[in-house]
Design a binder for this molecule. Sequence first.
Ligand code: 5GP
Length: 190
Amino acid sequence: MAVVNELSNNWENDPAIGAVVVESSDINHRIKELGAEISADYVDRIPLLVGVLKGAAMFMSDLAREITRPVEFDYMSVSSYGSATRTSGVVRILKDLDGDLSDRDVIIVEDIVDSGLTLTYLRKYLAARNPRSLEVCTLLLKEGLQKTDLRLRYVGFRIPPDFVVGYGLDVNERYRNLESVHQYVGLRPK
Ligand code: 5GP
């Protein structure tokens, strides 16, 4: 009998990995569209892409290659206090930006927005550093869970509010290299 909360070495037979939520070919296609949109919106500006580690690393590197204009990269790493699957809105900065934001056109690149609490915190934190503009590009947005209007400029896909893994998203650091986004039907980490 399969043990559902064990992390498997082979996800083809991994009972914790459920149905595909977003197919990798659809991810690739949508990223091309987002890249074209960003290229058109930043014709005479060089955006600074701020990736939120680790989940957004894969999305940011694919997105950047679809932007046909110069961009710069920076990364932040944050951890939210709360349970493994619910964030509390209190965010600890584990790695801050390397560069200055004043007069920069910043695009926060996120893997997934759930309650929006992490993003709300990050946006306030970065806005205090006087960027010229501050927009958000998220690959995934969970439908219906946000309490406030998050003003998300670029959204890849709206998905149902199930917990998902793949394409950068993990459970205990696993599953990030799945090509598609899947439902996670195993036991959640403690
Ligand atoms: P929020 O503050 O919007 O509720 O949560 C945002 C963060 O929680 C994301 O950046 C991500 O790290 C994590 N998260 C939210 N939903 C999921 C999910 O379905 N799967 C995974 N792996 N992480 C998630």
